[in-house]
Design a binder for this molecule. Structure first.
Ligand SMILES: Nc1ncnc2c1ncn2[C@@H]1O[C@H](COP(=O)(O)OP(=O)(O)OP(=O)(O)O)[C@@H](O)[C@H]1O
Length: 385
């Protein structure tokens, strides 16, 4: 594999990483400069694994997009953590791969009117894609991250991913497009703990990130507003805002800047308390944004049946011939809802929710669960009421 890898090694006196013994593995930890991955590295060392840390350089805001892009200070923090743990530290330049696999997908997605999810694809394409491939080539057996999810190996040797132990922090949704092979090589030490316990680990090891504030924002891009990021690549294309009867209500800046279900920022005032206009559709042909009341009966806002493509599964196959009931989670902070999944001849699946779901947009990711186990996921392609 052709990879631009700039590696910095820091030989650090007394190394706390132990030699590999049976049951112990050589693990490369993705150190982001945050507390979760710092604690993950510490836990692995404590368990006796041979650990090295790596910071992925995935994005440099060379284009002057407004916003805070703190990658340099994150890199310093990651290095400081590696130093205090006494482990080898590498900086891996994945900027080109990130541009190809994530930025282009994001921009093309918005351009074509879908709602992309870069965070989910980032895990499949970058952290457990390019980064994992690099780790394996370099002789590591697995990649660890600070994700709040739990990994198990079943009696038949296949991997299973469970929701993180901390229900408020669970990040398994973001892992829903991982393949079985990727999951088999993944380790999530922080996901076994509640967040306060993760900070406690960092304190116990005296790590400089122990009190660091949690980061927000698009995977690797940082705290840049999505609309500023997108506007940098896609010019505004104003058009009419209409209600569900076709009455003109205002002007929008470009359909790519609005999301189904969006309540604020479309500029159409709500006439009275409790009656809000929300985005209920995009008429791409006429470049019109459709708004309607935020109510169950408003056409376009709620969907029961969807077609899901790019289906991937972790461990066992999702469908063995016939339909199946499971829980489907249509976005990160949504509740997983009971739904029936049915195979289609074209390889995609039909998903029928028991109760209609609000604001499901094409491009969004659906994660499939059974109990607390992540079965896999897919991409919403089309949605019907
Ligand atoms: N630039 C990076 N280099 C290496 N690993 C990274 C990087 N960014 C993220 N990761 C890995 O992916 C995990 C999840 O990323 P996310 O951005 O969700 O961070 P987080 O949940 O805030 O965790 P942390 O506190 O470790 O930053 C991180 O815990 C880390 O292991």
């Amino acid at each position: 594999m052709l990879l631009t890898v700039g590696t910095s090694h820091f030989p650090l006196g007394t190394s706390r990483s132990a030699p590999t013994t049976p049951g112990m593995a050589k693990v490369l930890v993705g150190l982001s400069g945050g507390v979760d991955s710092s604690a993950a590295a510490a836990l692995l060392i404590e368990q006796g694994h041979e650990v090295a840390g790596a910071f992925m350089k995935n994005w440099v805001n060379a284009e002057g997009i407004p916003g805070d892009c703190p990658w340099e200070s994150d890199l310093e923090d990651a290095l400081a953590v590696a130093r205090s743990l006494g482990i080898e530290f590498r900086v891996i330049d994945l900027i080109d791969q990130y541009k190809e696999r994530i930025v282009d997908y994001l921009v093309e997605g918005y351009r074509s009117g879908i709602t992309p999810n870069p965070d989910v694809w980032c895990n499949r394409e970058m952290k457990f894609g390019v980064f994992l491939d690099y780790a394996l080539e370099q002789g590591f057996e697995s990649v660890a991250t600070g994700h709040y999810a739990r990994k198990r190996t079943l009696s038949d040797g296949s991997p299973a991913i469970l929701r993180g132990a901390d229900p408020n922090k669970d990040q398994s949704y973001f892992l829903s497009l991982m393949t079985t092979e990727q999951a088999a090589r993944a380790v999530f030490p922080a996901g076994e703990l509640l967040k306060p316990a993760v900070r406690e680990v960092a304190r116990r090891f005296g790590l400089p990130t122990a009190e660091k504030k949690d980061s927000q924002g698009i995977c690797f891009i940082g705290e840049i507003k999505m609309s500023d990021f997108i506007s940098h690549y896609i010019p505004d294309k104003p058009g009419e805002i209409v209600d569900t009867t076709g009455k003109v209500m205002g002007t929008h800046r470009g359909l790519h800047l609005y999301t189904l279900g969006q309540r604020k920022g479309h500029g159409v005032a709500s006439p009275r308390e409790g009656m809000a206009y929300v985005v209920v559709g995009k008429d791409i042909g006429r470049n019109r944004l459709v708004v309607g009341w935020d109510l169950g009966e408003t056409p376009g806002l709620y969907a029961r049946e969807c077609i899901i493509g790019s289906v991937s599964t972790i461990g066992s196959p999702l469908l063995q011939g016939g339909p199946r009931w499971l829980e489907a989670q249509p976005r990160y902070r949504a509740k997983a809802e009971r739904a029936e999944i049915l195979p289609r001849e074209d390889g995609r699946v039909t998903l029928r929710f028991q109760t209609p779901q609000r604001a499901i947009a094409p491009g969004q990711i659906c994660a499939f669960y059974e109990g607390g186990r992540l079965l896999g996921g897919g991409v919403f392609e089309s949605v019907e009421a």
